[in-house]
Design a binder for this molecule. Structure first.
Ligand SMILES: Cc1ncc(COP(=O)(O)O)c(C=O)c1O
Length: 419
């Protein structure tokens, strides 16, 4: 498919034909997408799976409404984090029993950071890169404060990570797909490099799960986290997931020792005793109403399959970059993402001095992407529901906005609290 795009002169008709032939084309019908909206922000919040409202109603009305407290056993609520974790495991190359869907990405990061520092008490450096997402860095900073500033967080340029790992590195903490540039870190190589120096490897998969193929087992990763609301389409504030390689299950401990991570919560013992396996990475009562739509999103991704999703995602990205180069040459757009598809996640991004205002003008014209300071326009290309014609139309509208300078309005320059 991407070869066809690369060789033929592009027209909207050609792209419409590619959409008809697209083996993933019918998955768009599985999502609720407002009429006339070109939604290129699935890397912030995925679209609503059409199965989700009915599943939510079922959980609310039948399970909660009819079974009340009985739901914890009858409807399997108590083990929902493990069951859904096992489904997510199939998407990112983990084994059953290595993932649970719980809490938030930030909280799961905290658990892993603390567990890792305790595993290697003589080492003092947490290593990350300057492109990492702020919450990853903030959680590390908070823990360092809590532990009396005995550790330090060292940030280097993404390309310098491997060279910066040394005998003092406790943990290498990286986001696999950079949230701004979309650049993919080489998971296998960096994990090997970290472990060769005796360090622990933690991957943040927020922009990877459901977007790019990941194989945590093959990479030999120690820990990973990821969110449910982006490419897993689990809904706003969906539960996150945490991965702990089996070899670390019974030799690590995490500090958020809530009662549901206890070996026998209903013994109501005064002393904490960790549950076996990954279960002591649980903390609190699972959010059943939030897990239900997440499962709907994960089921769709499993059905579509990562190889097909990846192939289309790369083709959409190549198309976007090519159209911007052809239609917007000399208009101040500089790629912020790798041009080579295999180095890029499921998004494209561009620097532009007027990026914020241009994005507001696009949103007004019903093309939704987002903006990341200082000057990056991001476009998420969720392959399960974005069509080739959507990319064509989005770039056409962008070109019209640039031609007419429609972005040059005071109201588009006023920064909102959510960008
Ligand atoms: C790489 C990455 N990590 C973490 C988060 C957010 O974490 P939380 O789910 O705790 O809000 C995001 C949100 O966009 C992200 O992109």
């Amino acid at each position: 498919m991407d070869q066809a795009i690369a060789q033929l002169p592009l027209t909207r008709d050609l792209l419409a034909r590619l959409d008809v032939e697209d083996p993933l084309g019918h998955f768009r019908e599985r999502f609720h997408l407002p009429e006339g909206l070109i939604y290129l922000d699935g890397n912030s919040l995925g679209a609503l799976p059409k199965t989700a409202p009915a599943r939510l109603a079922e959980v609310a009305e039948r399970e909660w409404g009819e079974h009340l407290i009985g739901g914890w056993r009858k409807d399997g609520w108590m083990t929902y984090p493990e069951r859904l974790g096992n489904k997510i495991a199939r998407l990112i190359g983990a084994q059953a029993g290595e993932i649970i869907a719980v809490d938030t990405t930030s909280l799961n990061l905290f658990k892993i950071l603390a567990a890792s520092l305790a595993l290697k008490p003589t080492r003092r450096t947490i290593l990350s890169d300057t492109g990492n997402f702020p919450t990853d860095l903030y959680m590390a900073q908070g823990l360092i404060e809590l532990l009396g500033r005995r550790h330090r967080l060292k940030l280097v340029e993404p390309k310098e990570i491997e060279a910066a790992i040394d005998d003092d590195t406790v943990l290498v903490m990286l986001t696999h797909v950079d949230y701004r540039s979309g650049r993919i870190h080489d998971m296998e190589r960096i994990t090997r490099a970290a472990q060769a120096k005796g360090a622990i490897m933690l991957w943040d998969l927020c922009h990877s799960a459901g977007a790019v193929p990941v194989n945590l087992t093959r990479a030999g990763a120690d820990f990973a986290v990821g969110c449910g609301y982006k490419y897993l389409n689990g809904g706003p504030g969906a539960p996150a997931f945490i991965y702990v390689a089996q070899r670390h299950h019974d030799r690590t401990s995490q500090p958020l020792t809530g009662w549901l991570g206890h070996a026998d919560p209903f013994a109501f013992a005064a002393e904490y005793r960790p549950a076996p396996g990954i279960l002591h990475y649980k903390c609190s009562t699972p959010s059943i109403l939030a897990l239900a739509p997440l499962e709907c999103g994960v089921d769709i991704m499993l059905e579509a399959g990562m190889p097909a999703l990846r192939q289309k995602s790369m083709a959409l990205g190549d198309l976007f970059i090519r159209l911007v180069a052809e239609r917007l040459n000399g208009r101040g757009f500089r790629p912020a993402c790798p041009l080579a598809a295999e180095e890029r996640g499921s998004q494209v991004s561009f620097h532009h001095d007027d990026g914020y205002a241009i994005m507001q003008a696009l949103i007004e014209r019903r093309v939704v992407g987002d903006f990341r300071a200082p000057d990056i326009m991001r476009f998420g290309l969720t392959p399960a529901y974005v069509r080739y014609v959507d990319v064509w139309d989005a770039v056409q509208i962008l070109a019209q906005i640039m031609d007419s300078r429609a972005y040059d309005k005071p109201e588009f320059k006023q920064r909102a609290s959510v960008t």
